[in-house]
Design a protein around this ligand. Sequence first.
Ligand code: GLY
Length: 358
Amino acid sequence: MSETTTISVAGDASYDILVGRGLLADLGSALPPGARKVLVVHPPTLAAEAAKLRESLMGEREVLLAEIPDAEQGKRIEVAAFCWQVLGQADFTRTDVVVGFGGGAVTDLAGFVAATWLRGIEVVQVPTTVLGMVDAAVGGKTGVNTAEGKNLVGAFWAPRIVLCDLDVLDSLSANERVAGFAEVVKAGFIWAPEILDLIEADPEAAVDPRSPAFRRCIELAIEMKARVVGEDLREAGLREILNYGHTVGHAIEHAERYRWRHGAAISVGMMFAAELSRLAGRLSDEGVQRHRDILTTLGLPTTYRGGAWPQLLATIKRDKKTRGAMLRFIVLDDIARPTVLQAPDESLLFAAYQEIAG
Ligand code: GLY
């Protein structure tokens, strides 16, 4: 087994994130010692691996599997109700545990089920995608979608531990890995420029799970997330920087009815945010070009269809209204210097959009 890195999240409910290889084999030691029952929540694509996990954990404990639909289809209240039913029928108590084994949607749902069962039981998160490791499984955001929007119902619920076993990424398609990598690139632009340097030095190695460069990028992105959520769990301030590229990115996901990968939408959203930063007199031309070069080198999109701005703006405004806030965009004063641009003029937003309209 390769060396394991431990990254800690500070705060009232502190926990560790382990990054390494072969970690799944040791899942038992990550569970609460008193847990007699374990519910492993997983998507259909991981049914065989979940069955293996069950085998490895059986003996001292009763292990149940809850297979839930893939991706956003799994983040529905009916799916949470199915999990509650499994927990209820198996008499799960406060000392038992839920394991979230899958991508970001699975860990969000598993966390929500754990947060709500008996007013909160422990959850161990085992993300199996790049996006899950560097974003969704770290930071305690859990929840489900409703017909009115994404993540409207949920809770902040810190995991007991997060296990990022890099072995599970070896079988992901290149497309899946690169799309997940958009969040790693975001970490580079807002916090850790070393990530950008590593991508520029060798883009292929940076996205190859077997390379040291990839592991370093993943660890830097997790370190950033851990630092940010350790300081600001409830998004009262610093955590907002994680929304870099997400305002327009989410609007694109909505316009595309969630058929675009999150990472692709965020990539275009970051390009928009970079152009907006430049037009607001903050980021240099070179800083914007660095965005375009890096995202393009990785095969991520940097443009969106012309003429779509009114629809995107309407979605952005509706989203902000739901949250009772005025329009706010995370922009950059420079690489690794994020800041908030509050209530920007709509003509500035349109001009930034024109720069990315394909
Ligand atoms: N995905 C953004 C956050 O965790 O705050």
